[in-house]
Structures are given as C-alpha cells and as structure tokens.
Design a protein around this ligand. Structure first.
Ligand code: ATP
Length: 236
C-alpha cells in the first residue's frame, strides 16, 4: 500500500465574510481507511466535503486526493471520488437505469451495464430499474444517489450524512455494502451526527466543532479517553 494519503486536508480554511466556517483543518485519511467525521449541525462537515469535491473553493490551504491537488487538477480528482451528497439531486423524469447511465456517460463509460446491474442488485433497486425517479420513495432515491456515486468505481467514497432520515433496514443494508467496498480496498469517508454509527463502522474518528478539528484518534482510543459517550457528546 502506498503511503500517499487517500485524502489530505492541509490547513484548510473556508470563510464566509469574516466568519471561518472551516478554520484550519489538517487531516490525512490513509488509503483503505474507513474514517468518520463527526460533528453537530453547522460544524462544517458539508463545507469540508464540498471543498474536497471541488464544489467550493477554499479560502486558504490545500486539499489533495491520492496526491493530486483538487484546485489544480479538478477533473482528475473528481474521477477518484464517489460523492454521495446530502441532498437528493436527480432528473425526476429519468428512470433509475437512465440516471445511472447518464452518470456513467459523464465518465466516458459507455458500456457500464454489467456494473450498473450489480449496483442495482446490491442496493435492492433491481425491480425499480425502469421506474422514473419521481415515482420512488425518499429511501429508494437515496439508494440511487449511492449507486450514482459508484458508477465509475471510485477508489475514494465520500458519504455526507447518508443515513439522516433513513429507516433502519436501509441503514443496515447500506452499511453492509459500504463495508464490503471498504474491505475490497476502497477508502471511505463518512460524515455523521451519530457516534454509534461512527463507532460501529469506522477505525478512526475526527470530531469537528465550529470548523475546527477538536479530536482525532482511533475509535477505541477516543472512546476510552472520553470514558463516557456523554463526555464525547459535550465535545460536539
Ligand atoms: P449539518 O450537519 O447541518 O449538515 P455541517 O457540519 O455539514 O452541518 P455546514 O453545512 O458545513 O455544516 O455549515 C457550516 C457553517 O457554515 C454553518 O454555520 C452554515 O450556516 C455556514 N455556511 C454554509 N454555507 C454557507 C454560505 N454559502 N454562506 C454563508 N454561510 C454558510
């Protein structure tokens, strides 16, 4: 395994006016890691992810994906990332399959149907494949968002609060699939409000509070250091 980190945030800052919503975050996520970024509403998780995805420009600092700078090399880094955004973004009149074909087309993958079928199967979407997006329930739409992020088999998978408002069954099947991808070598970066989720899935946790990384450690060390979950929550 190469020592180049999958993701590197280097003294990254994002200001809106005078206010820094991300305030000097430095963090390396190793290749193959399953990493959780934990933080309350407004901590800056989504802002950090959108700088990683090249959707928001940093005010200062650098972001790298597998050694490539996001600002200097946006197209190459986009290919390395599979980002599942918090909002559901899709064309309501496309079928599920068309949505995934369109996304494959963005990456120049014209013959991707075998992998699309595998994704549909893994995410329990096979019988919805020919339905229009607007006909699907919220949970089904979210599954499509996950499939969409994975059409190009990205080495680094980023999920921004994917289980917010999602029922238990979907939550479990989603985590099973993402864990499987992680075991196959994909790096996973997850943002969440839920400590239990981070604890169950991730080997390392970074805690973000008001734009700053206030704790960063292995899950076991973090939990034992803060003796009780209660104390950890106070940190948030
Ligand atoms: P949540 O869990 O609610 O999604 P978060 O940790 O993802 O929270 P962000 O969405 O990154 O937090 O927001 C961090 C802070 O930045 C918030 O206080 C938000 O109001 C502010 N913010 C985000 N985008 C903008 C913007 N375009 N202009 C001004 N302030 C913004």
């Amino acid at each position: 395994v190469s020592s180049v980190p999958a993701v590197r945030f280097d003294a990254i800052v994002k200001r809106y006016g005078a206010r820094a919503v991300v305030d000097g975050v430095s963090l390396d996520i190793a290749q193959g890691e399953f990493f959780a970024l934990l933080g309350a509403n407004g901590a800056g998780k989504t802002t950090l992810i959108s700088m990683l995805a090249g959707l928001t420009r940093a005010s200062a600092g650098r972001v790298q994906v597998l050694g490539r700078d996001v600002a200097l090399d946006p197209i190459a880094t986009r290919r390395l990332l599979g980002v599942v955004p918090q909002e559901l973004v899709f064309d309501p009149f496309f079928t599920v399959r068309e949505t995934l074909r369109l996304q494959s087309g963005y990456f120049g993958l014209d013959r991707n149907d075998d992998w699309i079928d595998a994704l549909l199967h893994k995410l329990g979407l096979t019988s919805q494949a020919e339905q229009n997006m607007r006909q699907l329930s919220g949970g089904m739409k979210r599954r499509v968002m996950v499939a969409q992020a994975l059409v190009h088999k990205p080495p680094v998978i980023v999920l921004d609060e994917p289980t917010a408002g999602v029922d238990v069954e979907l939550r479990q099947s989603l985590w099973q699939f993402i864990t499987e991808l992680n075991r196959q070598g994909h790096t996973v970066l997850l943002t969440t409000h839920y400590l239990e989720e981070a604890e169950a899935l991730c080997s390392r946790i970074g805690m973000l509070k008001l734009g700053q990384l206030v704790a960063l450690d292995s899950t076991t060390a973090l939990l034992s250091r803060f003796a009780s979950t209660q104390m950890l929550f106070r940190l948030q």
